[in-house]
Design a protein around this ligand. Structure first.
Ligand code: SDX
Length: 396
């Protein structure tokens, strides 16, 4: 019994962490940030409201909202030296390799002034990370394109500023499309936090040594990159494009047979989840966002969206998936909507990292803020050799 939630002993034996930030009921397909359903936050709030909520535990009132927004926009620029750090990468480096480096490099600028055990330092580190991630992700994109960086504009919304840094150029004014701006902001909200997933657990374990928060978040970026985790949106879109090349909807049945053949090693990317054994609530909201963006851009007949919906339909009626409780997760539709917005496939996980930064730092700060916390030290079940003596070389 923790608070109003009761857990069976079997669950408690696996729960390594207590947290008050995000609650998931995998059987019901429920996701709450600080008690608020994701469906309400994604439609009634914006990403900075959600950041305030995850960090402080309550939604901001009007003055708090303005103060937080003004604090974040004061930190959107990065040190000019970061441009020289970028130059060390090949232009075709994967943006997640670049982003892992850039976030780690931030620690070089703030290490000396950040004592993770000081609550005020933790708060400003959170603000700096939330404020700078859009700038860093856009810089990684522009570097790969060989285009000049766009400096942040503080008169734009968080999502609008990001879209302009991504797609604007010094040659002409960039007009933020409000439908795309809203969709981008909602994509950020849907990815903001998700309990003790692999990358959040990485950030907690890394941060538990007392290292500076920028280095701990860089560890989270590295973990998120994996195709079984945040890299699944990139893998899912590549999967849809492969099926499209093979013949599209007509080839879905053949593809599904491969997925069901354990020896094929082929998975339906964007499907399944370690916790959700029901529909990931974020996937429904992502599909709605996809509909809105495709309609706004006149892409209602996007073949990949049609293919994804057909794949989902077939999977949800197929015993292999039904018996294993495999449903679409947050990554199944996110690639299609990001591609429609113009985000390159290899930057999808970078967007995920941008959005998840607030969850990582909120969870890290929650842990460090607990006076009882200690450095993490997982133990093991040893399965190796029993004690034995070294034999001389001639006898080995
Ligand atoms: C994210 O943890 C989080 O909260 C992560 C995340 C977050 O917000 O931080 O939600 C973000 O990472 C979402 C997940 C993105 N990954 C993918 O979409 C990759 C494809 N999915 C799978 O790799 C898989 O579903 C996992 C890794 C997500 C979960 O793997 P599990 O724990 O092995 O899933 P399971 O135990 O429920 O699997 C049950 C069965 C197994 O087969 P059997 O051994 O019982 O025969 O279903 C199979 C699995 O092999 N299975 C799949 C499948 N996912 C599971 N078969 C085909 N396609 C799939 N996608």
């Amino acid at each position: 019994q923790t608070g109003m939630f009761t857990y069976d002993p079997g669950f408690l034996s696996t729960a390594a962490t207590q947290s008050a930030i995000t609650y998931i009921d995998g059987d019901k397909g429920e996701l709450l940030y600080r008690g608020y359903p994701i469906e309400q936050l994604a439609t009634q709030c914006d990403y900075l409201d959600t950041c305030y909520l995850l960090l402080k535990g309550e939604l901001p009132n009007a003055p708090q909202r303005d103060e937080f927004h003004n604090l974040v926009i004061k930190h959107t620029m990065v040190n000019e030296q970061m441009q020289f750090f970028l130059r060390g990468f090949r232009r075709d480096a994967h943006p997640m390799a670049v982003l892992t480096g850039l976030v780690g490099a931030l620690s070089a600028f703030y290490h000396d002034s950040t004592d993770i055990n000081n609550p005020e330092h933790r708060e400003i580190a959170a603000i700096r990370l939330i404020a700078k991630m859009p700038t860093l992700v856009a810089m990684a994109y522009k570097y790969g394109m060989g285009q000049p960086y766009m400096y942040p504009r503080n008169d734009l919304s968080y999502a609008g500023n990001f879209l302009r840094m991504m797609f604007g150029t010094p040659c002409e004014d960039y007009k933020v499309n409000p439908v795309i701006e809203r969709a981008m902001d909602r994509i950020f909200i849907l990815h903001a936090d998700h309990e003790q997933n692999a990358s959040t657990s990485t950030v907690r374990l890394c941060g538990s040594s007392g290292t500076n928060p920028f280095a701990a978040i860089a560890a989270g970026v590295a973990c998120l990159w994996g195709p079984a985790h945040g890299g699944a949106n990139e893998a899912c879109l590549n999967m849809l494009e492969d099926i499209q090349r093979m013949g599209g909807v007509a080839k879905v049945g053949e593809f599904m047979e491969k997925v069901k053949d354990k020896n094929s090693g082929v998975k339906l990317m964007g499907f399944g989840h370690r916790v959700y054994k029901n529909y990931d609530p974020r996937a429904k909201l992502m599909q709605e966002t996809c509909n809105e963006v495709l309609a706004e851009l006149g892409l209602e007949n996007d073949p990949l969206f049609k293919l994804a919906k057909q794949l989902e339909k077939i999977a949800l009626e197929d015993d292999y998936f039904v018996q294993r409780k495999l449903y679409p997760n947050v990554d199944f539709y996110s690639g299609i909507v990001q591609r429609a917005i113009g985000i390159p496939v290899n930057l999808f996980t970078g967007i995920f990292a941008l959005a998840r930064t607030v969850g990582w730092i909120a969870q890290l700060n929650e842990m460090i803020g607990d006076p009882e916390y200690k450095i993490g030290r997982p133990r093991q079940l040893f399965t190796g050799s029993v004690r034995r003596d070294v034999q001389p070389l001639t006898k080995r």
